[in-house]
Ligand binder design. Structure first.
Ligand code: CA
Length: 356
């Protein structure tokens, strides 16, 4: 009897232990460090996997290295605005250039390039050059992430704010405006790569395939993740539909400022969701690292309003799973040089996502 009970107990224990393995190893968050309102993290190719550049909303870029050693790479706190959706919002390093995207003291958007020293640890004094100037009619929808991909700098810009694209009326469908766009910097200036975006706060390229994923924050109805295969990235620009379409729902805005414009292919979201699921999508990354082998090829994203983090199949966004972790004030995901994933909380913590 005692033996039988023991055997049964062992079997139950084996089954219980096997379940997490069947479902994929549980994902955990491991604290990297606390920062002052961190808003994004990134790392250029070639730096060690332990090196992370942390963008602080107040105006600093901090390099965090193995053992926790920190260096202030850039400090422009005197030049950025401090509104809710304003500040230093994104950065990226390409070669020895550091590009930063921020709202200046007047609330207008700027992209500035700095030269870095050989060790990529500090900017060279006097090296700054403004490479984008965009006036902002309102303090919200400054959506914006810089990415560097195949020798080009990219930036997402929100529609200028207000409800229903009212602050810069109809900007997202206006091919003469940089607002509500995904932009690429070419040798002869900024080109529109995508339009009809509302507030593409966080977006990324799949570092392996070059596919594009955009988390476009919705208004009152739908949050969406847009997908574009690598072969379509570039001209002609695709149309993501705002403000005629909010996710898969149409005509949520009364004034559509002339409706759909241009000849861009209309791209429906790969996945969109309503208010019962979340309220502010935070676009993430397709995981290409090695620390979470069961997650390779899965797209990680979140919702700052609902507080969840999910994974989904790349491309289709199907087979979605909610992770058993949450990150308060989730402003961004980020990758290190080896494709390991991080989650950034505006409350201070930066976490690495791991499975052990
Ligand atoms: Ca859309």
């Amino acid at each position: 009897m005692r033996m039988r009970r023991t055997v049964t107990g062992v079997l139950v224990a084996m089954l219980v232990l096997a379940l997490p393995a069947l479902a994929g190893a549980a994902i955990k968050k491991r604290l990297v460090g606390n920062f002052d309102a961190p808003i994004q993290v990134f790392a250029p190719a070639g730096v060690p996997g332990s090196t992370l550049y942390v963008v602080e909303k107040g105006g600093k870029v901090i390099r965090r290295e193995k053992g926790g050693h920190r260096t202030v790479v850039l400090d422009i706190h005197g030049h950025v605005s401090g509104g809710n959706e304003q500040g230093l919002l994104s950065g990226v390093i390409a070669g020895r250039s550091l590009f930063v995207y921020f709202t200046n003291r007047h609330g207008d958007s700027r992209v500035v390039r700095y030269r870095l020293n050989r060790g990529l640890g500090h900017v060279v004094t006097g090296s700054q050059k403004t490479v984008l100037r965009q006036s902002q009619p309102a303090d919200n929808h400054n959506g914006g992430t810089l990415q560097f991909h195949q020798r080009h700098l990219y930036l997402s810009l929100g529609d200028g704010g207000g409800g229903c694209n009212d602050a810069a009326p109809g900007s997202a469908q206006d091919l003469g405006s940089k607002l509500g766009k995904l932009l690429r910097r070419d040798s002869d200036g900024w080109k529109i790569v995508g339009y009809g975006l509302r507030n593409p706060w966080r977006w990324s390229f799949d570092r392996t395939t070059g596919d594009l994923y955009i988390g476009d924050v919705g208004q009152d109805t739908r949050e969406e993740v847009d997908f574009l295969p690598a072969a379509k990235v570039g001209l002609p620009a695709e149309n993501y539909g705002w403000n005629v379409h909010e996710g898969t729902v149409s005509h949520t805005c009364v004034d559509e400022y002339g409706g759909i414009k241009g000849s861009g292919e209309l791209i429906a979201p790969a996945w969109d969701y309503g208010r019962s699921v979340g309220s502010t999508v935070i676009g993430g990354y397709v995981y290409r690292g090695s620390a979470m082998p069961g997650q390779r090829g899965r797209y990680f994203f979140g919702d700052i309003g609902a507080g969840w983090i999910r994974t989904a199949d790349a491309r289709t966004l199907k087979n979605r799973k909610t992770l058993g972790i949450s990150v308060g004030s989730l402003y961004s995901f980020g990758e290190n040089s080896r494709g390991e994933l991080y989650a950034v909380s505006g409350d201070g913590p930066v976490y690495r996502l791991i499975t052990n």
